[in-house]
Design a protein around this ligand. Sequence first.
Ligand SMILES: Cc1cc2nc3c(=O)[nH]c(=O)nc-3n(C[C@H](O)[C@H](O)[C@H](O)COP(=O)(O)O)c2cc1C
Length: 404
Amino acid sequence: MYCFRKITDDLYWVGGNDRRLERFENIFPIPNGVTYNSYLLLDEKTVLFDTVDTAIGRQFLENIETVLDGRPLNYLVINHMEPDHCSLIEDLLLRHPDMQIIGNAKTFPMIDQFYGMDLEGKKIIVKEGETFSCGKHTLHFIMASMVHWPEVMMTYDDTDKVLFSADAFGTFGSLGGTIFNDEVDFDRDWLDEMRRYYTNIVGKYGAQVQNVLKKVSPLDIKYICALHGPIWRSNLEYILEKHDIWSKYEPEVQGVMIAYASMYGNTENAVDVLAVKLADAGVKNIVMHDISGTHVSHLIADTFKYSHLVLASPTYNAGIYPVMANYLEDMKALNIQNRTVAVLGNGSWAPMSAKLIEAKISEMKNMTLLTENCTIKSALKAEQLDVLDELAGKLAEEVLGKSE
Ligand SMILES: Cc1cc2nc3c(=O)[nH]c(=O)nc-3n(C[C@H](O)[C@H](O)[C@H](O)COP(=O)(O)O)c2cc1C
């Protein structure tokens, strides 16, 4: 049975949810599922904005035919060519053979690469700033290259002030009837997952996101229709500001994220002691992760969120404990910058981890190290408590100083 919702007089949400998919991109755990949003505009001409993943193909096709109510689908705008948004192109062409596809110069080679379809006479290639009229509505196109993939663009409907933003402003998580931001408790139920989505999926491309934020900021936007997650129709400055902070790699919260690895509990004990000292010094925003049991995408999300990081790890075969090494690789790959970091190493015969982690941190941009080879040998001793006192004092001074 069809399942869609009206957004404006002329625009319909015709997407759906996949609540069974375990991992987004076969990497990121999504316990709350994911939405694949698609939007259908009924004007003198009918226009669909992006398709969906095959997982919800039947639902999607039924939604479209119901909303079209016998009319042909005239145009498909492809803002993003990732297969979770475009795997139904061929199905649409079979049902609507006269449908034309609107994309940019980079869109069509990708359609050919993925699907090898003959689109002779069906392509409309648009460029930055070009417009397209479908009757009452005029669409204009904003290139957003590398706001995830090179062919990404956004489409702005000048008439109803709707921004179809592709993967930008999206989030993990499925919708349940309440598809608008003002129908959900966003801070409680969505913000953490939006941060995890942004930082892991688009986080590397902060400069490109800044670029596109500058392009859309002069627009009078009333709706943001992303390809995943709720549709924004109020408080738009909130979501724009979050993305501005994340894409500038600025911390969202003055606080300390402690990420530790530990096999036998001694490194864990050392960071527990440090955390108590931080709390005694008045720091409230402390989050603690045993990184062996935490998916790296959560670590990355909190790395973007907090101003100060404590990284603690045993030495492992003369190297960094593998899970910590993997997390550090991800931090670098996702362009993490502008953080203050304290490192705590551990080892029983030739401790190396503190130095090696510090070297990795030094390869990242604009990172400040608060420690230099701060190491415990097997287990924390009473004579090292002064070192932790000093470290907790420094962290507290910075964190509390900056949160005032
Ligand atoms: C497989 C393995 C390799 C290790 N390699 C080193 C090493 O190269 N150098 C060293 O000083 N300690 C090494 N260690 C010892 C641990 O780093 C050390 O015991 C540490 O205190 C463990 O901390 P934990 O109690 O938090 O797990 C190794 C331990 C294991 C299990």
